[in-house]
Design a binder for this molecule. Structure first.
Ligand code: PMP
Length: 388
């Protein structure tokens, strides 16, 4: 039918052979086997009980992993950037000031997003292989009186983890909300949303959750809810948390259609949350910490140096490693992939050409994986040094 109108002919789309590497970069991480199965579950449609049950299960699981009793907890359709944009767009109005605590690439993304939304941006910095102390943040909050502070908990570009204790309380003292990126830390490194008094937190599923990218958990505190309910500005329709809260039935009395969510993503996130809830967070955190500590010990035995000098500032999920002078980072990752079929990544943004980024997290947070990757890295370094 209508073949006379076809001007673009059908392409030959062929399957190629692909040997999947062990995914040990800063993300995406490998799936849990249960997640791979869950993605293939039957499609569920809105307006059926099972769909609603899945949303409710996900919200309960997210309250657990965020460690929040807040009701306004749901997942955005989209990658981690969707969570970032949703938190900023819903909590900071055009013309208000967002203070960004910068030490990597993700705060740069927050800056770009905020500026496009007409938000005034102020930036405070620390050297990229360190983290912030409360005094520096307090000085800036006092001086600028921003509507919110944006900070990254685990920074996958630098391999640092920000201490969160007292940060929310400090922000609230100066009338600011606390917005936190937990994309690469949640479910890998301890995080307690209510205890930290964080107001807008987002994450993503392709890192320590060990699921696919494409669905991003977000959570808002009661302070954030108050701001959302009284705000004068209209966030973008797709990211409007007031509407999404109705679709996710956050308050127990609404089941509306906002957009079509992806059933495979919902099944996958639910399966990740089942894995983590069944294992329990303390056990999951301990497993991530133990495998990364072992990885660090093995790296040291092989003579590698850490990019982050202070052990207490090193992220549990992603380790940054400095190579000897003159060794090419990109080539190192290519040789590791070719010889050992392990994928790690070189630095990104401020760490480009300065660090390797290695993720031992989620389903790969195992001593055997840590040994395999450390030994392969040592062998790769030997190969590289023999070339010079
Ligand atoms: N924040 C952090 C800390 C990240 O590691 C990433 C992804 N590497 C993002 C935000 C952005 O997430 P996504 O690529 O899923 O949009």
């Amino acid at each position: 039918m209508h073949s006379d109108k076809i001007r673009v002919s059908a392409p030959k789309i062929q399957n190629r052979q692909f040997v999947k590497p062990l995914l040990c970069g800063p993300g995406p991480c490998d799936y849990w086997p249960s997640v791979a199965e869950a993605v293939a579950n039957p499609i569920i449609t809105p307006n059926c009980d099972e769909f609603y049950h899945v949303l409710d299960d996900i919200r309960a699981g997210l309250q657990y992993v965020f460690q929040t009793q807040s009701k306004l907890v749901l997942a955005m359709s989209g990658a981690g950037h969707a969570g970032m944009e949703a938190v900023i767009n819903n909590l900071v109005a055009p013309g208000e000031t967002l203070l960004i605590a910068a030490r990597g690439i993700w705060d740069q993304r927050a800056e770009i997003i905020a500026k496009r939304l007409g938000i005034k941006v102020e930036v405070t910095r620390v050297p990229m292989n360190t983290t912030f102390n409360l005094e520096q943040i307090e000085t800036e909050l006092k001086r600028l009186r921003p509507a919110a502070l944006f900070i990254t908990h685990g920074d996958s570009s630098t391999g640092t983890v920000q201490k969160m204790d007292g940060l929310g309380q400090l922000c609230h003292k100066y009338g600011a909300l606390l917005l936190v990126d937990t994309v690469v830390s949640l479910c890998g490194h301890p995080f307690f949303m209510d205890e930290y008094e964080a107001d807008g937190v987002f994450s993503s599923t392709q890192k320590a959750f060990s699921g696919p990218a494409g669905i991003s958990p977000v959570a808002f505190s009661t302070r954030a809810e108050e701001k959302i309910n009284n705000r004068k500005h209209e966030p973008s329709f797709y990211f409007d948390v007031k509407l999404l809260a109705k679709q996710w039935n956050c308050y127990g009395d609404t089941r509306i259609y906002h957009h079509t969510m992806s059933p495979p993503m919902l099944w996958a996130l639910r399966a990740c949350l089942q894995e983590i809830s069944n294992t329990t967070l303390p056990v999951v955190w301990a497993r991530n910490a133990a495998s990364t500590a072992h990885f660090h010990k093995r790296l040291q035995e092989h003579g590698f140096e850490f990019f982050v000098p202070k052990p207490e500032e090193r992220l549990t999920t992603v380790t940054t490693v400095a190579l000897p002078k003159g060794v090419d980072y990109l080539k190192f990752t290519a040789v590791l992939r070719e010889k050992h079929n392990i994928l790690i990544l070189e630095g990104r943004g401020p760490t480009e050409g300065k660090a390797l980024r290695v993720g031992i997290m989620g389903v790969n947070a195992r001593i055997e994986v840590a040994d395999t990757v450390a030994d392969a890295m040592a062998d790769t370094l030997k190969t590289m040094l023999s070339l010079y």
